[in-house]
Design a protein around this ligand. Structure first.
Ligand code: ARG
Length: 597
C-alpha cells in the first residue's frame, strides 16, 4: 500500500490531514466538516488519535451517534492514511494512522529543515513591549518573567514569519528621575548640572556609577515617604526635567547610559536581546501634540484642573477610572507616555499588533491606555494586547525576597543558578573530562536552561515558587533534563559518525518509534497554539513530550546495536530528526544545548 502524495492535502500534521479527510466524509453526509476534527487521543493505550464528531452531530441530525460514525468510517476505510479505525463506546472513532503514512510523514519531517513547522500565511508587523526595567534601579526578579516570556514570544513570532520589533521600553521618565536628581544634588551640589540657569555643555563622563544609582534612589524614595517637602522637591525636579532644564537633561542622559550598560550585561547573560533600547523619555517631544489632538478631538476633558480621558463603558463589570493625560500641575503621567509611545510606533513601524509583556498587576493601566488610544483613533484596540504574567514567589508563597528582605537582583539570581548548576554537574559526574572553559560554558547553559524552562513551563498567568534545587535537577520536567536529552543525541550521532554509520531512510517498526513520530508530528500544532494564545508553556509541554517519547524509544530500540543496517540507519535518522526539532524548539525558548557534558 502506498500513499498517494498527489492528493494529500498540504497538512501540517497527521491530525490536520486526517481532520480534512474525515471532515469531507461528514460533509458528504450533509453534516458540518468541522465535526471531523481529529485530535491526539486521551486514551493513547487504545489509539493515538480520535475523532468525537459523531456524538456532537447526533443531536442536530437526530440520529444515533454510532450510526453516523459507521457511515463516516465507511467513507474513509480504504484511505491509506488511516491504518486502523475502530468505533468505540457511544461513537468515538479511534484512529491509528497507516504504517506507510507514518513512514512518509517521518521522512517528510526529516527532510524539512524546520522539522514540520509551518509559517503564518500573512505575516504581520508585530511590536513587543517588554516590562521596561527602570533606569534608577538594577533589574530584579520581577523583570525576569517579562524578559524570559517576552523573549520566547518574540522568537516564536519571528520563527513563524512575522516582522518583529522588540523594544525594552525603559522606565526613564517618572518621579524616580526627580528622586535621583535631587538626591545626587544633596551629595554633590558642586556638580555643574545643578547651577541655576546652567546651559552646558556638561562633562561627558558620567558623574555616577550603577551602584550610585542603586543607592540614591531608595534613599530619596524613603525620605520622600516620611517628608512631604522632600517629595515635593523631587516632583519639582521631575517637572523641571520634563520642561527641559539643560542640566537635568544632561543628567538624565548619564543616568540612562549608565543603567543601560548594566542592563545590557544582565540581559546578555540571560540571552535576551532587543531591537530597540527606547524609553519613556524618547517620546517626550510627541506629548504636547498628542495632548492637543486629544483635546481638539474632544477625547480629553477637563476635570478638577487635570485633563482626563473617560474610558469607562456601560457594560464594564468593574469601574474603570479615567486615564489622566495631564495632571493639574501640568505633568504627563505613565499613561501619557504609553499613548505617545503608541503614536511613535505607529509612525515608525505601522504595527498590526503591539504586545505588552508586563506584570498582570498592570492590567487596568493597559485597559485604560488601549481604550484611550482607540477613542483617539491612534490605533484600534484590537491591535493592542496586554500579555500579563504572575509573580515569582518565595517558599512562603509571597513575592520572592532575599533573606534580608530585599528584592533579589537579577545578577545575584543568575549567580545563584550558576553555582547550583555547577554543583549539579559534579554531583551527576557530568563534564568531568571537559576543559575548564568548556565546563564553565556548560554550567552557564544549564543555569539558563533551568531558569528559563522553570519560568516558561507554567502558564504565564500562574505564580510560581522560585526553587533552584528543583529547577536545576536533571530529572523531571526541567531545562537540564532537556539539555541532557539533546546532549545524549549529539553524542550518539558523533559516535555513529565515528563508526561510519550514516542516517538513512526512516522505516517505523515499533510502537515506540511510532509514538516518537507522533510526538514530533505535533510540533506545528504546539507552535500554532503557543502563538495564538501567547503561551510558551504549550511549546514547553511539546518539548517535554518529545523528550519522554525519546527516552522510551531509547529503552526499547537500540540504535547503534540495531539488528540490521537498515534499522540502524533508520533509527539514527529518527534521532537526527528529534535532535533537529528539539534544538529548534529549545532555541525558541531561549535555551541552548552544549555539544557534550
Ligand atoms: N517601567 C514599568 C515598570 O517597571 C513597566 C513598563 C511596561 N511597558 C509599558 N509600555 N508600560 O513597572
Amino acid at each position: 500500500m502506498s500513499v498517494s502524495t498527489q492528493e494529500a492535502p498540504a497538512a501540517a500534521s497527521f491530525a490536520d490531514a486526517m481532520s480534512a479527510r474525515l471532515g469531507a466524509a461528514f460533509e458528504a453526509l450533509g453534516l458540518e466538516a468541522a465535526l471531523g476534527r481529529v485530535v491526539r487521543s486521551d486514551r493513547p493505550d487504545l489509539s493515538p488519535f480520535q475523532c468525537n464528531g459523531a456524538m456532537a452531530a447526533a443531536k442536530a441530525a437526530k440520529r444515533a451517534p454510532r450510526d453516523i460514525a459507521q457511515e463516516v468510517v465507511a467513507r474513509i476505510s480504504d484511505d491509506p492514511l488511516f491504518g486502523e479505525i475502530e468505533i468505540a463506546g457511544p461513537g468515538f472513532v479511534n484512529i491509528t494512522p497507516g504504517n506507510a503514512a507514518v513512514d512518509e510523514r517521518a521522512r517528510g519531517l526529516s527532510a524539512d529543515e524546520r522539522a514540520g513547522a509551518v509559517a503564518v500565511e500573512t505575516p504581520r508587523a508585530v511590536v513587543f513591549d517588554f516590562g521596561g526595567p527602570n533606569v534608577a534601579k538594577p533589574m530584579h526578579v520581577g523583570h525576569l518573567r517579562s524578559a524570559v516570556i517576552g523573549d520566547a514570544l518574540q522568537r516564536l513570532f519571528r520563527f513563524r514569519g512575522d516582522r518583529v520589533t522588540s523594544d525594552v521600553h525603559l522606565g526613564d521618565w517618572g518621579l524616580q528621575m526627580g528622586h535621583l536628581i535631587t538626591e545626587l544634588e544633596d551629595e554633590a551640589r558642586d556638580l555643574p548640572y545643578f547651577a541655576e540657569g546652567a546651559e552646558g555643555p556638561f562633562p561627558e563622563d558620567p558623574p555616577v556609577t550603577i551602584e550610585d544609582l542603586a543607592r540614591l534612589y531608595p534613599l530619596a524614595s524613603a525620605k520622600a515617604k516620611e517628608d512631604p517637602e522632600r517629595l515635593a522637591r523631587s516632583r519639582r525636579a521631575t517637572a523641571e526635567l520634563q520642561a527641559g532644564r539643560p542640566g537635568y537633561r544632561a543628567l538624565l542622559r548619564h543616568f540612562i547610559n549608565v543603567s543601560v550598560a548594566a542592563l545590557k550585561a544582565d540581559y546578555t547573560r540571560l540571552g535576551v536581546s532587543f531591537d530597540l533600547w527606547k524609553g519613556e523619555s524618547d517620546v517626550d517631544a510627541l506629548i504636547p501634540g498628542l495632548v492637543e489632538n486629544f483635546k481638539s478631538a474632544g477625547v480629553a476633558e477637563k476635570s478638577e484642573g487635570a485633563w482626563v480621558v473617560r474610558v469607562a463603558r456601560a457594560d464594564d463589570k468593574k469601574e474603570l477610572a479615567p486615564l489622566i493625560l495631564v495632571t493639574s500641575e501640568g505633568s504627563a503621567l505613565y499613561g501619557t507616555t504609553d499613548l505617545a509611545t503608541i503614536l511613535d510606533r505607529v509612525e515608525d513601524l505601522s504595527p498590526d499588533l503591539i504586545l505588552y509583556v508586563v506584570d498582570q498587576r498592570q492590567a487596568q493601566h493597559f485597559e485604560q491606555v488601549f481604550r484611550a488610544a482607540d477613542k483617539a483613533k491612534l490605533l484600534s484596540e484590537d491591535k493592542l494586547e496586554h500579555i500579563g504574567f504572575g509573580t515569582v514567589n518565595g517558599p512562603d508563597g509571597k513575592p520572592y525576597k532575599t533573606r534580608e528582605g530585599g528584592v533579589l537582583r537579577l545578577a545575584d539570581l543568575l549567580d545563584g543558578a550558576l553555582e547550583k548548576a555547577e554543583a549539579r554537574l559534579s554531583e551527576a559526574g557530568l563534564g568531568a573530562d571537559l576543559s575548564e572553559d568548556e565546563r564553565a560554558d556548560v554550567a552557564h547553559k544549564v543555569a539558563i536552561a533551568a531558569i528559563r524552562f522553570a519560568d516558561l513551563q507554567n502558564h504565564r498567568l500562574t505564580n510560581y515558587i522560585f526553587d533552584l534545587d528543583r529547577f536545576t535537577s536533571f530529572e523531571g520536567k526541567t531545562g537540564p533534563y532537556l539539555l541532557y536529552a539533546a546532549v545524549r543525541m549529539k553524542s550518539l550521532l558523533r559516535k555513529a559518525a565515528e563508526e561510519g554509520v550514516a542516517p538513512g531512510e526512516i522505516h517505523v517498526g515499533s510502537d515506540e518509534e511510532r509514538r516518537l513520530v507522533f510526538a514530533l508530528d505535533d510540533f506545528d500544532r504546539a507552535l500554532e497554539q503557543a502563538y495564538d494564545k501567547r503561551a510558551p508553556n504549550i511549546l514547553c509541554d511539546h518539548v517535554y513530550g518529545v523528550a519522554q517519547a525519546l527516552s522510551k524509544f531509547y529503552a526499547a530500540c537500540p540504535v547503534l546495536a540495531a539488528p540490521d543496517e537498515t534499522t540502524k540507519a533508520s533509527r539514527l535518522a529518527l534521532v537526527a530528526l528529534t535532535l533537529k526539532q528539539l534544538t529548534l524548539a529549545l532555541d525558541l525558548l531561549g535555551i541552548e544545548a552544549p555539544e557534550r557534558m
